[in-house]
Design a protein around this ligand. Structure first.
Ligand code: HEC
Ligand code: HEC
Ligand code: HEC
Ligand code: HEC
Length: 369
């Protein structure tokens, strides 16, 4: 499963979006609902259903069953929000149905679409930031400078941890300031972009003997993959890497100037040169296939959230034109397991945050319906 990481990331953004609850009952009394809204909700949700500050959801024209379920979830403590918990404990079943009915009956807000910039996919964002790295790491991360590592095809979790190691001072590099300027989302996006590039094949280096390196690599394959193509997102691929960089990296572990529990090595200089030559000429592969656009991503969400879906068994919220900060907060809550209950939410992935920002921008930029 080579492209596991991205599909998992999508699954995690999605997970928790499918819990069903039944909601039956009498039709709501809209007038009674409006009275409650006026007394208790207006300060935050307005009387037109508009969130009055970033992070507060809009509710106009929202699916009424979804609103009922959310209010029940706050009341039962399944969704956490102190103010709403207090308010909902005071509300009976009929009150909840009525106030939900009131907000659902309002016309969609006209001018919510926030389009400060086009929603950019994490891949494209990474590609844009990679410009400054190309000077040393080469076009699309294929380094042609001896001693400088290729980044093309590299495993994303390793990529992120390598940059962190420079920033934390656990590895040294000149030009650290450039890395410090990257935000967390930039870093995730770069990891996705580079992981998705195809590593170029390399000629045999001048020093070292690939044939002599092959048997020595038997000790490495369990972690770095057969022929140095890693299938673990935290373990770097070695295949098609610059040979001189490999030599200096292995020596750094040997003399303990670079430390990692997994990487204890006592190879001689000749063995290190042979291992590096062996790995340098291996064919590598992209760790990821991340050229996914926001539109492709949203197409997956629209299977449930889109206007064409009229699912009679599931209460699905409308998310077009929703407040961007609120969308980010909601998606993070699913991802972190703070909303919904799937165990998967607790896992962390290399680019979940970048994906969340992109889809949130996309939906916040759509007209409400
Ligand atoms: C103090 C401000 C405040 C007040 C007053 C308030 N809310 Fe909210 N409401 C919020 C915030 C913030 C959220 C988002 C909480 C979260 O992240 O779960 C929210 C979320 C909701 C949601 C979930 C919407 C969704 O898209 O998931 C519903 C439904 C809701 N409120 C209804 C009400 C009702 C009905 C009242 C009045 C009885 C009310 N709220 C009063 C701030 C408020
Ligand atoms: C001035 C040249 C230069 C520039 C520009 C540069 N790097 Fe590097 N980078 C290096 C060198 C040299 C190393 C190897 C350092 C070492 O031996 O640990 C390296 C190593 C790395 C590594 C670790 C690779 C591995 O296999 O462990 C990552 C990740 C990385 N750089 C990311 C970036 C990113 C992202 C950018 C752009 C924001 C960037 N670099 C820009 C020179 C550069
Ligand atoms: C027990 C698992 C394990 C084994 C066995 C192992 N490695 Fe590693 N190797 C790792 C991990 C994990 C890292 C990343 C460590 C870090 O972040 O510094 C790594 C990093 C490296 C790097 C740095 C790559 C880069 O891009 O900077 C090289 C080179 C390397 N290993 C070579 C080898 C060689 C050669 C062998 C066999 C002699 C070997 N490793 C055996 C797990 C292993
Ligand atoms: C299988 C159907 C399904 C798919 C696919 C799906 N969702 Fe959901 N989504 C739901 C349901 C059902 C809920 C309500 C869950 C709840 O009550 O917490 C929900 C809730 C949400 C919410 C919370 C809205 C609010 O007002 O609080 C957001 C945001 C969201 N989904 C975004 C997305 C995004 C982005 C995608 C695509 C990456 C997606 N969903 C894919 C069914 C789905």
């Amino acid at each position: 499963m080579k492209h596991l990481a991205l599909s998992l990331a999508l699954a995690l953004v999605l997970a928790g979006c499918s819990e069903e609850q039944d909601s039956a009952g009498a039709p709501p009394d809209i007038g009674a609902g409006q009275t409650i809204a006026q007394a208790q909700c207006v300060g935050c949700h307005g009387l037109d259903g508009r969130g009055t500050a970033p992070g507060i959801p809009h509710m106009a024209a929202q699916d009424d069953r979804y609103l009922v379920e959310s209010l029940q979830a706050y009341k039962e403590g399944k969704r956490m929000h102190a103010a709403l918990r207090d308010m909902t404990t005071e509300l009976g079943v009929a009150d909840i149905r009525n106030v939900a009915g009131f907000y659902a009956s309002l016309p969609p807000l006209k001018d919510t679409a926030q389009m400060p910039e086009k929603a950019v996919s994490p891949y494209d964002k990474g590609k844009a930031s990679a410009g400054v790295c190309a000077r040393c790491h080469g076009e699309a991360g294929n380094s042609t400078t001896a001693g400088i590592p290729s980044l093309a095809g590299q495993q994303p979790r390793y990529f992120v941890s390598a940059v962190r190691a420079y920033l934390d001072g656990n590895r040294s590099i000149t030009g650290k300031e450039m890395l410090r300027e990257l935000s967390h989302v930039d870093l995730e996006s770069l990891a996705l972009y580079y992981a998705s590039q195809t590593p170029a094949r390399r000629e045999a280096p001048a020093t070292g003997d690939p044939a002599a390196g092959e048997p020595l690599s038997a000790r490495c394959g369990g972690c770095h993959g057969a022929h140095g193509v890693s299938h673990d997102s935290a373990t770097p691929s070695l295949a098609a890497q610059d040979a001189q960089y490999l030599v200096s990296a292995i020596k750094a572990y040997r003399d303990r100037s670079r430390r990692h529990d997994a990487m204890l090595t006592d190879n001689t200089d000749k063995e290190i040169a042979d291992l590096a030559a062996f790995y340098a000429v291996q064919e590598s592969a992209a760790a990821e296939r991340g050229e996914i656009t926001v539109q492709e991503l949203a197409a997956k969400c629209d299977r449930c959230h889109g206007p064409e879906v009229a699912n009679p068994t599931m209460a699905i919220p409308k998310i077009e034109g929703q407040d961007r900060d609120y969308l980010i907060k909601a998606l993070r809550a699913y991802h972190d397991g703070k909303r919904g209950s799937s165990m998967m939410h607790r896992m962390s992935l290399p680019y979940s945050e970048a994906i969340i920002e992109s889809v949130a921008s996309h939906y916040a930029g759509q007209p409400a319906r």
